[in-house]
Design a protein around this ligand. Structure first.
Ligand code: HEC
Ligand code: HEC
Ligand code: HEC
Ligand code: HEC
Ligand code: HEC
Ligand code: HEC
Ligand code: HEC
Ligand code: HEC
Ligand code: HEC
Length: 422
């Protein structure tokens, strides 16, 4: 065989394999279809182009073998429209908005039905839903609120772990925004319609939507999946605290916790906001430019004095950290050893991070104590750096002297050789 026939043979073989694969796939598909078509509801509805809008074959119910009749009732083995969709056979038809929670709840609230599919599945969605603002309003006939299908769809329901799901973390803001971003609708209830807009610009929105950090909260992590309600004073710091454990513990044990609760001041939200949470900085403690503390504490009060002291100590440590870091870089550039300096630098950084969290104790001795440890570590690092620079200078002088000696020796040798030659 010459190269050309070999080439043609190869092409032919490839085409053959592709045809076989395509054929096998077609067979598989039609096998799957015929399996699906044993359900007379789907069979008749799809053949007559009467499938509901947005129906998806990926629907988790369909995937679990629960077909149309699972939700709508009826007799899925009958090809006769009258029999299949008769009341006698349990057909309930299309539920009204108000009926939807219990329409879904006939399975989702029934542990004996759900257990068959997943041993440890929760069955509290409907009861949770009815204690939320949405649920309470639906009960009294409000048709504007969300029911199960506004968040989950009705015919393309996917588990939350599926990236295509309407309740996948990164898609949730959009799902809520369908209504909460509608200003005409929200005006009716005296609610703002900028939650998603603000959330997207805050630390959590940036983390979840831009950095794809799934540990950052979406709307439901603060409002609950089904108990969507504005969290109360106590539950707010509790909810923030489920992720920011130290901040919450410090705050709850501080002398501000009780007066805050007594005055019904919202805990974390008071200083950080709820949807548009800005990246915190030491400047929040600057009494000259920020109202974080001066909103409640006038000059001379303990709170005012504490704020001034926190600011002074934190900015001092922060500046020291920057200069120590610059010094460490310089040491590395001149080729000296900065391992120990880097080690101390880590301690400075730790102290800085922890002091900023310790602000939530609102206890000057705790914050000053920790920043002072950082200052000491920083001074130690700078001392080590001085030592390295000194060593470097000494070596340079050393090199200088040895180079001079070498030049002198070379000169002497040259003269000697020259002398020998003449
Ligand atoms: C032989 C064909 C056929 C079969 C089998 C069939 N349907 Fe239908 N279905 C129809 C037609 C036609 C309509 C629209 C006319 C109507 O409302 O009666 C319809 C309407 C519906 C509706 C909308 C009713 C409404 O009030 O708007 C639902 C829900 C439905 N079918 C579900 C089912 C379920 C569940 C099954 C199986 C238990 C099923 N269908 C079996 C033909 C069929
Ligand atoms: C998880 C439950 C569930 C399953 C499974 C389900 N439906 Fe529905 N269906 C609903 C709900 C809820 C509504 C009413 C709300 C709406 O219109 O989306 C509805 C509405 C409908 C309607 C009337 C509105 C429309 O979109 O045309 C038809 C027809 C229908 N379903 C047919 C079907 C067929 C056919 C199947 C099987 C392929 C099916 N449904 C499976 C929950 C379900
Ligand atoms: C306001 C939007 C919203 C409404 C209304 C809603 N859900 Fe959910 N649902 C969610 C979110 C968000 C999740 C979970 C996402 C996650 O786990 O990250 C979820 C999860 C679920 C789960 C998975 C198990 C679980 O509890 O986490 C089921 C089942 C469920 N919902 C059923 C329902 C039923 C039934 C209704 C109506 C009674 C309903 N949902 C109403 C948003 C909603
Ligand atoms: C016939 C019983 C039945 C009905 C009715 C029903 N479901 Fe389901 N649903 C199930 C089963 C079974 C699963 C699969 C459980 C599993 O494997 O996770 C499921 C799964 C789900 C999931 C995914 C749960 C997860 O693991 O994240 C959601 C969301 C959901 N259903 C919402 C609804 C909504 C909304 C309705 C009403 C429109 C509804 N279901 C009606 C039985 C039902
Ligand atoms: C179908 C539209 C719709 C969807 C989708 C929806 N909501 Fe709502 N929601 C409303 C309406 C309307 C109200 C106002 C009810 C009232 O105040 O009487 C409301 C009220 C609320 C409230 C109470 C506000 C207050 O202070 O009274 C919260 C919290 C809330 N929704 C959160 C959410 C979250 C989180 C999501 C998404 C997971 C969501 N909603 C999805 C329509 C919707
Ligand atoms: C980090 C927690 C957190 C996240 C994430 C969050 N919220 Fe909120 N939300 C709150 C707090 C706290 C309140 C204020 C409750 C109060 O004042 O009693 C609130 C209030 C609300 C309200 C009532 C009206 C208002 O603006 O005060 C709505 C509606 C709402 N949130 C919807 C959403 C939606 C939609 C998302 C997702 C884009 C979301 N929330 C994300 C914590 C959060
Ligand atoms: C589900 C977990 C979770 C919940 C609930 C939560 N957060 Fe966060 N938060 C995070 C994560 C993760 C980050 C880190 C985002 C980043 O910077 O990459 C973060 C960042 C922050 C930051 C910025 C920290 C920094 O150093 O940049 C603040 C402030 C904050 N959250 C406050 C709150 C408040 C206030 C609440 C309650 C209203 C809250 N968080 C609820 C997970 C959570
Ligand atoms: C009285 C005001 C105030 C309250 C209340 C408050 N914080 Fe802070 N928070 C601050 C200030 C000021 C900073 C900035 C410290 C700095 O960077 O110097 C900060 C910083 C933070 C940071 C970033 C630093 C770190 O610890 O990682 C997080 C996260 C945070 N707060 C979460 C919370 C949470 C959660 C709550 C509720 C339990 C809360 N805060 C309550 C004032 C407050
Ligand atoms: C929403 C109002 C409010 C804000 C904002 C606030 N505080 Fe307070 N603070 C109080 C109240 C109320 C008390 C208890 C009465 C008192 O001692 O003045 C208190 C007490 C204190 C105390 C005295 C605790 C003790 O040991 O008796 C300190 C220190 C303090 N706050 C620091 C701060 C700092 C620092 C900030 C800013 C980061 C701040 N506070 C922001 C309301 C507030």
């Amino acid at each position: 065989m010459n190269i050309n026939t070999k080439f043609i043979c190869n092409i032919f073989a490839i085409v053959l394999v592709f045809t076989a694969i395509t054929f096998a796939n077609d067979n598989l598909q039609s096998a799957q279809n015929s399996k699906k078509y044993t359900d007379e509801c789907i069979k008749c509805h799809s053949e007559n182009d009467m499938m509901p809008e947005h129906f998806s074959e990926n629907d988790i119910h369909l995937q679990n073998g629960l077909s149309c009749a699972g939700c709508h009732g009826g007799l899925s083995t009958s090809a006769d429209e009258e029999i299949a969709m008769s009341k006698k056979n349990g057909f309930v038809g299309v539920p009204t908005k108000k009926e939807i929670p219990n329409f879904c709840g006939k399975c989702h609230s029934d542990i004996s039905k759900m257990q068959v599919f997943q041993a440890r599945i929760s069955t509290d969605q409907v009861s949770q839903y009815y204690i939320s603002k949405h649920g309470m309003q639906l009960k009294i006939g409000n048709k504007d609120v969300a029911t199960c299908i506004d968040c989950h769809t009705s015919h393309s329901i996917l588990p939350a772990s599926d990236t295509r799901s309407t309740v996948y973390a990164a898609n949730i803001p959009n799902t809520c925004n369908n209504c909460h971003g509608n200003s005409d609708l929200m005006n009716k209830y005296n609610l703002k319609s900028n939650q998603v807009e603000e959330y997207s610009k805050g630390v959590h929105g940036i983390a979840l939507l831009e950095k794809h950090d799934n540990s950052a909260p979406a709307c439901n992590d603060c409002h609950g999946n089904h108990g969507a309600a504005p969290p109360g004073v106590k539950s707010i710091s509790h909810i923030c605290g489920s992720c920011h454990v130290n901040n919450m513990n410090f705050f709850n044990n501080s002398n501000m916790a009780e007066p805050f609760a007594g005055l019904e001041i919202k805990a974390c939200e008071q200083c950080h906001g709820n949807h548009l949470i800005a990246k915190p900085s030491d400047e929040m403690l600057n009494v000259k430019t920020s109202t974080t503390c001066t909103e409640c504490h006038d000059k001379g009060e303990d709170g005012y004095i504490a704020s001034e002291m926190f600011y002074e100590k934190l900015t001092q440590l922060s500046e020291l950290y920057d200069s120590t870091k610059a010094m460490s870089e310089k040491i590395a550039i001149i080729g000296m050893n900065n391992i120990e300096i880097e080690y101390e630098l880590k301690n400075v950084k730790q102290a800085l991070i922890q002091s900023r969290t310790l602000v939530h104790t609102f206890d000057t001795s705790k914050v000053v104590g920790r920043t002072n440890e950082g200052v000491l570590a920083s001074l130690n690092a700078l001392k080590l750096a001085d030592h390295e620079i000194e060593e470097h200078d000494n070596r340079r002088i050393g090199y200088g002297i040895s180079t001079l000696i070498l030049i002198l020796l070379a000169g002497a040798l040259y003269l000697k050789i020259k002398g020998l030659n003449t």
